[in-house]
Design a protein around this ligand. Structure first.
Ligand code: SF4
Length: 240
């Protein structure tokens, strides 16, 4: 949930949260602990628009999920929109309950984006990729879900590289774009379209690709023969 923005910024915060959990005996004891104990352990920990109270409430939601039998149980088999949408609806019910015990900030609801609202739901789709895909670098623990029904986690990097490769022509990095990129990738591997996510994302994250062609980088890029990126930076391409 906190893994967004720059790694250098969010990693120390996650380490502080884990250290706070350790002070209560570990992650599971922490989510089972009284709200007051969690609030004390997490005191002063915040990241960007998420306050300490948001983290306390998030862990209350985690506790409810553990009581329900674990996160995997709230993701029902089926197409990603229904699978994720159903889970988010359940989580929102827990979140509304948790918010009654913590003074959550305005950002708290954004932890539970719903595909019906058009959000790309990137972090949740990333979790699904990790838990459902059967081969490395993913874990394949949720065998009741089908990798063929996953949708690619679309962020600025995947969206940009997807546009350069002609996998989508949509300008926004939203749910519809994620579905469009996934459909294009399914033409290459219909049983496992999100297998390409790691490669697409890391080309963008590496920082080498600027989104337009430059002689210092592009000749050695493996995607160069397929790339539709312009020769010069052209912001109008994103306004389509
Ligand atoms: S050819 Fe250049 S612009 Fe295209 S994906 Fe590769 S690095 Fe990016």
């Amino acid at each position: 949930m906190l893994a967004f923005g720059k790694v250098d910024l969010f990693l120390p915060v996650i380490r502080r949260v884990l250290a706070a959990a350790q002070s209560l005996g570990g992650v599971l004891p922490m989510v089972a602990a009284p709200v007051e104990a969690r609030a004390e352990a997490l005191h002063g920990i915040a990241y960007r628009w998420f306050r300490t109270a948001d983290l306390v409430a998030l862990l209350t939601v985690c506790g409810r999920v553990v009581e329900d039998g674990g996160l995997g149980r709230i993701f029902r088999a089926g197409p990603a929109r229904e699978c994720l949408g159903g889970a988010i609806t359940t989580l929102r019910t827990h979140a509304a309950d948790a918010a009654r015990f913590s003074a959550v900030g305005p950002a708290f609801p954004s932890l539970f984006p719903h595909p019906e609202a058009g959000s790309a739901c990137k972090r949740w789709l990333m979790l699904l990729r990790w838990m459902v895909r059967r081969t490395e670098p993913d874990l394949g623990l949720w065998t009741h879900l089908d990798p063929a029904q996953l949708v690619i986690p679309c962020d600025t990097h995947v969206g940009r590289v997807g546009r350069m490769l002609g996998l989508t022509h949509r300008a926004s990095d939203d749910w519809r774009t994620a579905v469009e990129i996934t459909a294009a990738l399914a033409r290459l591997d219909p049983q496992d379209p999100t297998r390409y996510d790691f490669a697409l994302a890391h080309l963008g994250i590496s920082g080498d690709c600027r989104g337009y062609r430059i002689p210092e980088v592009c000749p050695s890029c493996p995607l160069e023969p397929l790339c539709e990126a312009p020769l010069v930076r052209d912001s109008r391409r994103r306004s389509r």
